[in-house]
Design a protein around this ligand. Structure first.
Ligand code: GLA
Length: 381
């Protein structure tokens, strides 16, 4: 098996590791800001992500180090404190969240490395959580259940996010997008037509999930819950609990802001189902139209757009993309554009000329893996 690059790097730096785990980032084709309303999404896992190498210690400490120590300061946590450790607002919180799902049985040294840009809307934070959770999980762990556990554990960082990112990281399948439903989590793999190319372009505007944008994200979560209750969802219910036949009623919400927010979420959920049909029919122009109307809704109605990402979307259109949109939580981060294998290079070049720091064609890839380290006994892992 070819090890993902960051896993090779952490093993090279910790040759006596007994165990390693890798979890990928994701792009979301469509179904943005729908997961925390209990409505479907359509992401796929990337070939890039976060890796952790582990070796046992003879004490009860969990010692965390990163291959880039200047950006990610080391931490030492007594194992017994994992469960109650207050959050610190650093990368360490995400590792702690993952370890809480499946704690180590002894003290461990952990070494982390990543080849995924941070805060680029590609879900580096959930990759951290999932890699940490998979490290000490039983070999036959139920990944649907683990993804739900990881999503719940990650909320400890303070973002009231849905479960898309963790599910994509743990359930990803090469060549396929995942049509995900929630409560309970269910996944249907939908093949991406071979001719399709999804170009990802990073605007360079950082969108840190745990940073100042957390409040703006959580505000939308709360607005959706308020709209759900006004639309007759049962107590504690979500927009996804409002029957489809009632969706048009969002037009009658008295508060214009809630009306726009709920209207976007219902329209985005409908676009997500339509996108699955378009994928199955290999109808890339239709899929592109859906992406572009998602972008408009995210920008105008949901107000999570950013001018730098808008510029990338416009450039992609001008270069012949079927459609393009801001991806992930928004407020910056990356844009995706849908083209063909033939047009992808020109679309990527146009997006770089419009300000993207980096671009790549995203290949739907396998979900997280756990392997024995270079120093492990045969058959471990
Ligand atoms: C972040 C969250 C996800 C999802 C997206 C927006 O990535 O972690 O749960 O809500 O934003 O679609």
């Amino acid at each position: 098996m070819d090890l993902p690059t960051p896993l090779r790097r952490v093993f090279a730096a910790m040759p006596d590791a007994t165990l390693g785990a890798f979890a990928p980032g994701r792009v979301n084709l469509i179904g943005e800001h729908t997961d925390y309303s209990g409505l479907p999404v359509l992401p796929f896992a990337l070939p890039f992500g976060v890796a952790i190498a582990a070796r046992p210690r003879h004490d009860d400490l969990v010692c965390l180090r990163h291959l880039e120590p200047d950006r990610f300061a080391a931490a030492v946590i007594p194992r017994a404190e994992l469960a109650n450790r207050p959050r610190t607002g650093t990368w360490v919180d995400y590792v702690v969240a993952g370890l809480r799902c499946q704690p180590p049985a002894n003290g461990v040294d952990l070494l982390l490395g990543a080849d995924l840009p941070i805060a680029a809307g590609l879900s580096s934070s959930a990759a951290l959580v999932c890699a940490a959770a998979l490290l000490f999980a039983p070999r036959d762990v139920d990944r649907l259940h683990l993804a739900e556990q990881c999503a719940a554990a990650e909320r400890y960082v303070g973002t009231e996010a849905g479960g898309m990112d963790q599910a994509a990281a743990l359930l990803g399948q090469p060549g396929h997008a995942l049509f995900l439903h929630f409560r309970p989590l269910r996944a249907t793999a939908v093949p991406l037509p071979h001719s399709a190319a999804v170009v990802v372009a990073d605007s360079g505007v950082r969108a840190e999930k745990g940073g100042v944008l957390q409040a703006a994200y959580n505000e939308r979560v709360h607005q959706c819950r308020r709209a759900a209750s006004l639309l007759g969802a049962p107590a504690g219910g979500l927009l996804g609990d409002v029957p489809t036949s009632q969706w048009a009623a969002s037009a009658a919400l008295a508060d214009p802001l809630l009306r726009r927010r709920a209207g976007f979420v219902f329209a985005e959920a409908a676009r997500t189902s339509a996108a699955v049909a378009a994928l199955r029919q290999g109808d890339l122009p239709e899929l592109g139209r859906l992406l572009t109307s998602s972008h408009r809704g995210l920008t105008d109605d949901y107000e999570v757009g950013h001018p730098a990402v808008d510029a990338l979307v416009r450039a992609a259109h001008a270069a012949g993309a079927f459609g393009a949109r801001i991806v992930g939580a928004g407020f910056g981060g990356s844009a995706i554009a849908l083209g063909t294998r033939e047009t992808a290079a020109a679309i990527a070049a146009a997006m770089r000329a419009a300000g993207a720091g980096s671009t790549f064609v995203a290949e739907p890839s396998a979900g997280a893996c756990r392997v024995a380290g270079p120093d492990a006994a045969p058959n471990a892992g």
